[in-house]
Design a protein around this ligand. Structure first.
Ligand code: CA
Length: 236
């Protein structure tokens, strides 16, 4: 029942209506936020625009099979956990599914309790992996100072500069992941919240501002990097 604290957002991709609706209902009873898709192309469109903590993906789908859907998601550098469902108890299918980037696999008919346990495990594991390093309220690098609590910074020109709430949140996220690429999906989830989608351009504009504040030469950034099609990286 919904006594566990869960705010994870799941996508269920299944063409069989009764199973799709049954899964949605049971997952919602567990406290998850659930979106559904009936086919692969619809699922891919949703994945492109929204952040999900986990996808439950049927393999036997009309138009585009689940393995192709998974492969396409991975080609977009999206590492959302994927749990495959298959009607076939076929080990070749299982191996192929995992090889193409799936994280787990269940054969139909499955036991609901087992599905819920696996979903919980994948969601928790994913959240742990994304747990950031802790950064104190005042952070210094290369002669610059960022005060996350006061929402201000001292940039390359030595001037104090006010930061908007979103600027401070995005800076904090990048600093917490210093040296790592932070994906667009992570930024959407943490800075903008679930299911709201600013365009890539919006995030780019924030990065351009950061370069203006903190880079000696904003055309040749040393600290704020955009990695095309993947995300953004801060290096101190
Ligand atoms: Ca199916």
């Amino acid at each position: 029942m919904a006594n566990k604290e869960k705010t994870a957002s799941l996508l269920v991709v299944e063409d069989e209506e009764s199973l799709r609706e049954g899964l949605k209902l049971n997952l919602e009873l567990e406290g998850y936020e659930v979106t559904t898709a009936e086919n692969g192309p619809a699922a891919l469109k949703m994945v492109k625009n929204e952040y999900f903590d986990l996808i439950i993906l049927d393999i036997m789908l009309p138009e585009m099979d689940g393995i192709t859907v998974c492969e396409t998601i991975r080609m977009q550098h999206n590492d959302v956990p994927i749990l495959f469902l298959s009607a076939r108890n076929n080990s070749a299918d299982r191996v192929l599914g995992l090889k193409k980037g799936g994280d787990d696999y269940l054969t139909k008919p499955f036991n609901l309790e087992e599905l819920l346990l696996r979903v919980d495990k994948l969601v928790v594991k994913n959240k742990k992996m994304k747990a950031p390093q802790s950064v104190s309220d005042v952070y210094q690098f290369d002669g610059c100072i960022i005060d996350f609590a006061a929402h201000e910074c001292k940039g390359k020109d030595g001037q104090m500069q006010e930061l908007s709430k979103k600027e401070a949140a995005l800076l904090k996220l990048l600093v917490e992941h210093e040296g790592e690429v932070v994906s667009r999906e992570q930024i959407l989830q943490i800075v903008w919240g679930y299911n709201v989608y600013p365009t890539t351009r919006t995030i780019d504009n924030f990065i351009l501002n950061f370069r203006k504040y903190f880079e000696e030469d904003s055309r040749n950034p040393k600290h704020f990097h955009s990695i095309r099609g993947i995300g953004y990286k801060f290096t101190a």
